[in-house]
Design a protein around this ligand. Structure first.
Ligand code: URP
Ligand code: ZN
Ligand code: ZN
Length: 460
């Protein structure tokens, strides 16, 4: 089967031109102006942007966490992602402490295989690094195509590892050709502050925010950069939120070190004022918490300075009744918020439409860099001969409103209820197949493929 997209404005991280895209089967086979080709299907993209499918490298689907499971399954989450123009996600497998990486992978495969609608890959979260885990790193990279290893410097008593384990893990991951990613906040300080606020009877969502001050993130980000520098291991900080943490990374560049930085759409757009709304603030209880307006400015500038490389979501949705588990105690509110469906449109509207970032930068941070950093480029993250035909037809002028009444995520509220956006996904192709058309999903549960990833060099 062949498909020709004609007369669109094709935008990649580096190019921007009017032309045609010719697709055979699952891949792009030619790109150019007025291609003299016929095809089984022709789509006229006049007036539309033709963009690479979005790559969201930070999502938590059907994940056991804080006494419950995140509410989107691999089916509902990847379908919602497709509606919003994200064709590939990277989900997190969590090692259970005292158990192997392989056991955790088998558990996650059981949930994702045959159910995902969009393409997906896995990061492996190492929560217990020891001699037997060390031996599994090579196996994960060589046999499973999982080349990124997530660590937590927080969630003390649950997911956190100490610096001894972190250093040893980094040495092994470097040896085997992978990358270590990190939730970089100081777990001990946070643990102390949570206990203090609870003991003083301060139990509302606001105290979640007050338990994780900026210094906890700045300190841990700098410490992670130091360990990455010492071991020579490629490093990536997930969901970086604030000026202090970005400055810690900026300092690392002064000794000629590269640390990749991801922020998430919510940290660019929302601020801690939302925690003043009594228990409704639980909708935005996530870790790290939302910060200040000055931090948003830092992050937008960081994108344009090339210090912030990726805009992800950290999609980790919970139904309102799950959030209510923490009605009497902020420390029991499951951490996370829903955004997998909203990222591409929010970033376009608030970023490109409002003139904060260029169209090329938009594609770079939402599609290309995540694919490059995590070993999926050029199969994913661009439009070029040989790439998977994961393509968005995007109307840059269409106005619409975000709402839980119309979104496809399995969650009964929207973190962006009533936001008026400019720019909307019209059609989505996933590996050559029309997956989303006119607000309808045309691919079935199970169409999504697991994407094996290549070794990474720590450069892009
Ligand atoms: O609040 C968050 N971020 N929930 C998901 C787990 C994590 O820390 O990424
Ligand atoms: Zn995290
Ligand atoms: Zn996360």
């Amino acid at each position: 089967m062949s498909l020709l997209i004609k007369n669109g404005r094709i935008v990649t991280a580096t190019d921007d031109y009017h032309g045609d895209v010719f697709i055979e089967g699952e891949t792009v086979s030619a790109v150019g102006k007025d291609l003299p080709l016929s095809a089984d299907t022709i789509i006229d993209a006049t007036g539309l942007l033709v963009l690479p499918g979005g790559v969201d490298p930070h999502v938590h689907l059907d994940m056991p966490f804080m006494g419950t499971f995140s509410s989107d399954t691999h089916e509902t989450g990847t379908r919602a992602a497709l509606f919003g123009g994200t064709t590939t996600v990277i989900d997190f497998v969590l090692q259970h402490q005292g158990h192997s990486l392989k056991e955790a992978l088998t558990e996650w495969q059981g949930r994702a295989t045959g159910t995902a609608v969009g393409d997906y890959s896995f990061h492996m979260a190492v929560t217990d690094f020891n001699d037997s885990t060390r031996k599994e790193i090579r196996e994960m990279i060589e046999q499973e195509g999982i080349t990124s290893f997530k660590t937590f410097m927080a969630y003390k008593g649950a997911l956190m590892i100490d610096d001894r384990q972190m250093t040893a893990l980094m040495q092994e991951v470097r040896r085997q050709g992978g990358i270590v990613t990190v939730h970089a906040t100081n777990g001990d300080i946070i643990d102390y502050l949570i206990a203090k606020h609870r003991a003083e009877g301060n139990l509302s969502p606001l105290y979640h925010y007050l338990s994780q001050p900026e210094v906890t993130e700045a300190e841990a980000s700098g410490r992670f950069a130091d360990m990455a520098n010492y071991t020579g291991c490629p490093g990536y900080i997930v969901h970086l939120t604030c000026e202090g943490a970005l400055n810690a990374v900026r300092n690392a560049t002064r000794r000629n070190q590269k640390v990749f930085v991801e922020t998430c759409i919510q940290y660019l757009l929302l601020d801690a004022g939302l925690y003043e709304k009594d228990f409704e603030g639980a909708k935005w209880v996530m870790s790290p918490p939302l910060r200040q307006k000055k931090d948003q400015e830092t992050l937008w500038a960081g994108i344009n300075q090339g210090l912030v490389n990726v805009v992800a979501t950290d999609h980790c949705p919970f139904l309102w009744k799950q959030k209510q588990m923490g009605e009497k105690d902020f420390s029991k509110i499951p951490n996370g918020h829903p955004a997998i469906e909203n990222r591409m449109e929010l970033l376009f509207s608030e970023g490109v439409h409002k003139g904060r970032i260029s169209l090329n930068k938009y594609v770079e941070v939402a599609c290309t860099n995540p694919a490059k950093i995590f070993g999926m480029f050029p199969r994913k993250g661009t439009i070029a001969p040989g790439s998977d035909a994961d393509i968005l037809l995007f109307d840059p002028n269409k106005q619409h409103v975000l709402s839980a009444a119309t979104h496809h995520m399995h969650v009964d509220y929207s973190a962006y209820e009533g936001w008026e956006l400019t720019g909307k996904v019209c059609k989505v192709l996933l590996r050559g197949k029309l997956a989303i058309d006119k607000d309808e999903c045309l691919v079935e549960k199970g169409y999504g493929q697991f994407i094996r990833r290549a070794k990474v060099s720590g450069t892009i």
